[in-house]
Design a protein around this ligand. Structure first.
Ligand code: GLU
Length: 492
């Protein structure tokens, strides 16, 4: 079986060189894990920081685990997060295709090349049925490892099913370098002859990632630290082919608590869940960036970073080896800061769907203006503003407030005076209502608060409201305000 060396030469010739090239290589699972989002972010930041190229590659070789529409979730999330990719399945590029299932022939050819080089072998053993490593593989007992290439080839030609395994050296050690974790050395005898090509001809992740990272010219391989233990085997593959090993950047895990990694299966939120819980994409990204990376020097104390600022500041030296604990309260704090930092228009746009969950007709923009400084998550909104739509059942006790010097009797007098004054206003504007109430308080010789308190309670039917009496009355409109104040008066 003469290998067509020209094919490999052509593939080599396509590899872009000279610039930093990073890739985000998700498997299409249907959601974006917080850890994955962070990996995507760091991968993008490394590329942008160096003026390099960011590539999206879809790792779908595990056909049994494919989820309908999952690739779209990846595109949508990256676009929403502004982690734009320069090359990928949807935008193309010089080393297409960028979907592993479309690269199947390539892996097969490289596996055969590796067999020629003596670094892989055909294995016909039944135990390899699943095509995946079971963990109990014992290379000393495997008869296929010792077969001559001719004998193995004859069985392949006869149609016998096989997998292709990596031939790990029996003796010695393998050392690899990681930018975060430093040098790691392992005894080769602890490494298994992992499957590279499964029975169905599909590559394993362990093989495909090496082939693709090389053929796509990836300079920095950024991924979760769960792949650290496989890295020596990847190094042996690079060596077998005679390829340069990329810079490895393994990211420490994102933890739920001191002992457990975050996991969707155990109920921890994915990126989509966090969005549904009312967190802003920008706040999530900013928070996630600081889980495992810290700014240094002049900006060591800075907490709020735009994506552009992160791209400028990001460096491998700032990345941490220790696991990071995901803290919902900290994220909530970031979210509140981001909500406050939005322009009024942007906030109104983001808040409107939440306002509309409980308030049907009143002007959402005006209600949004009351909320911006008072909400930590967008999902807080529907409950906070529901009173605009429906006056809650409330008790007359709310009319008593020590600080405002009100009790039922005082409140009654205040409402009795406020109702005709408001009825007489020809303009229903912030100023008109405000000036009218202030003038009335002066006339009645009471503090403003003594008048405002009962008006606000009667208008809103609850003690804590976004906005004061004047704003609430203005938004409710004259007719509804008067109806509510009269109902309040009836309670007194
Ligand atoms: N497909 C792998 C995952 O989703 C990617 C690992 C890597 O980046 O090499 O975990």
């Amino acid at each position: 079986m003469a290998l067509d060396m020209k094919y490999f030469e052509e593939m080599e010739a396509k590899i872009p060189v000279g610039k930093v090239r990073t890739r985000f290589a998700p498997s299409p699972t249907g959601y974006m894990h917080v850890g994955n989002l962070r990996t995507a972010l760091y991968t993008w930041l490394i590329a942008r920081n160096a003026g390099g190229t960011f590539i999206l590659r879809i790792e779908d070789t595990d056909q049994g685990r494919l989820v309908e529409g999952a690739t779209d979730v990846i595109y949508k999330t990256l676009a929403e997060c502004h982690l734009d990719h320069d090359e990928g399945p949807d935008v193309g590029g010089p080393v297409a295709p960028y979907i592993q299932s479309e690269r199947r022939d390539t892996y097969g050819k490289y596996a055969r090349l590796l067999i020629e080089k003596g670094c892989a072998y055909y294995c016909f053993c039944e135990k390899a049925e699943s095509g995946e490593d079971t963990g109990d593989f014992n290379r000393a007992e495997d008869p296929c490892r010792a077969l001559s290439l001719e004998a193995a080839q004859a069985r392949v030609d006869a149609g016998e099913p096989y997998v292709i395994r990596q031939r790990i050296p029996e003796e010695g050690t393998t050392t690899f370098h990681d930018a975060i974790f430093g040098d790691i050395t392992v005894e080769n005898k602890t490494l298994d002859d992992q499957v590279l090509i499964k029975r169905d001809g599909m590559p394993t992740y362990n093989f495909a990632n090496v082939i693709d990272d090389h053929l796509m010219g990836i300079t920095h391989v950024v991924r979760g630290s769960e792949y650290l233990s496989s890295a020596p085997k990847y190094n042996l593959l690079y060596e077998g082919f005679g390829w340069t090993v990329p810079t490895y950047v393994h990211c420490s895990p994102v933890m739920r608590d001191a002992h457990n990694k975050m996991s969707k299966r155990h109920g921890d939120p994915s990126y989509e869940d966090l969005k549904d819980q009312g967190f802003l994409t920008e706040a999530i990204l900013n928070y996630v960036a600081l889980l495992g990376w810290s700014p240094r020097g002049d900006i060591a104390e800075q907490e709020i970073f735009s994506l552009e600022e992160l791209a400028r500041a990001f460096d491998l030296e700032g990345m941490s080896k220790s696991p990071a604990i995901f803290d919902m309260e900290k994220l909530t704090h970031f979210n509140a800061l981001y909500l406050r930092g939005m322009s009024q228009e942007d906030f109104a746009r983001a808040a409107e769907p939440y306002i509309r969950q409980t308030v049907k007709d009143l002007p959402a923009g005006e209600i949004a203006a009351l909320l911006q400084a008072r909400c930590e998550r967008l999902t807080d909104i529907p409950e906070k503003v529901a009173f605009f739509d429906t006056l809650p059942e409330y008790s007359a006790e709310l009319f008593t407030n020590k600080k405002s010097k009100t009790n039922p009797e005082v409140s009654k007098a205040m409402l009795e005076a406020a109702i005709p004054m408001l009825e007489g206003l020809s303009d229903w504007t912030q100023d008109a209502i405000h000036n009218g109430l202030v003038a009335l308080a002066e006339k009645l010789e009471v503090k403003n608060a003594t008048l405002m308190w009962p008006v606000r309670i009667a208008a809103a039917g609850q003690a804590v409201t976004p906005g004061g009496a004047v704003e609430i009355c203005r938004i409710l409109g004259k007719e509804e305000t008067l109806r509510r104040l009269k109902l309040g008066l009836d309670k007194l």
